[in-house]
Design a protein around this ligand. Sequence first.
Ligand SMILES: Nc1ncnc2c1ncn2[C@@H]1O[C@H](COP(=O)(O)OP(=O)(O)OP(=O)(O)O)[C@@H](O)[C@H]1O
Ligand SMILES: [Mg+2]
Length: 323
Amino acid sequence: MSLLEVRDLTTAFKTERGEVTAVEDISFDLDEGEILGIVGESGSGKSVTALTIMGLLPQPPARVVRGSVHFAGELLTGMSETRLERIRGAGISMVFQEPMTSLNPVLTIGEQIMETVRAHEAISVRDQRLRAIEMLDRVGIPSAVRRLGDYPHQMSGGQRQRVMIAMALACRPRLLIADEPTTALDVTIQAQVLDLLMDLRDELGMAIMIITHNMGVIAETADRVLVMYAGRIVEQAPVARLFDRPLHPYTRGLLDCVPTLEQDRNRLVAIPGSLPEPARRPAGCRFAPRCGHRIDACSAAIPPLVAVDASHASACIRTDILA
Ligand SMILES: Nc1ncnc2c1ncn2[C@@H]1O[C@H](COP(=O)(O)OP(=O)(O)OP(=O)(O)O)[C@@H](O)[C@H]1O
Ligand SMILES: [Mg+2]
């Protein structure tokens, strides 16, 4: 049994133009101590996947159409909010994409970390404070005792990101979901935060799901990778394999425009064309309109994710020719 088992997860949103499917048929496993990277262009469904797993999308407008999420053997999909709240924090914890909006500007960072601990564990105020100091220390914030009384605006972007990670780790989760944890940071701090995540995995045996649009970040951190396009997984492989022998034309396109950590320009631009809106997806393979290997059959049906061996799968009907 894997720590996290996601099967056929499909999430839709009610919009003015009717219901649109944001992510579709997402299936994967994540083991204890493993770092899974999820990569794809803006709008491919990375955050919706993470938020669906966490049960954090307001329903409505969101709706889990089908599929299941098991965490440590427990079925999360359909679980009551009260029980989910207990799992969030100590079981699964998340670092959100926008650090500034997730920190409360009128509370000190010490109060915020202590509040997170208090919500999940019955420990004294003194121990809450000690835990907050320990966590700030661990994420590399110098003079932790003194910084407890600081407000978010008194810290730099990199420090706020570290505080977010400290909060997410305060209850010692078994799984950390980090959604673009370094996008807002400058290069040196980015590398430090990634090192920190990998150290924490080694120290605590935590599983990590790291979400990014940056193949460079994937190369530095992940053990295994899911590539998403227009709401679906198009390729899945161990990281070395994905870089050595990418199969899906979309993955190849992403790899052709890998920014190094130093030149991360936020959004991938080298693949011509753009990702279709959920309401305007083409029939069949959603990548076909941008694909140099397209044939008529590509538009006939959505290509399923097919295993080429035990660890590598691709959703392209031309895999035999391209491999
Ligand atoms: N509340 C919502 N209502 C309607 N559509 C939504 C909502 N939230 C997300 N979507 C749609 O779901 C799709 C996936 O969005 P998601 O935020 O998961 O992308 P992402 O891969 O995280 O992108 P980014 O790299 O920009 O963070 C997008 O097409 C988006 O427009
Ligand atoms: Mg996102």
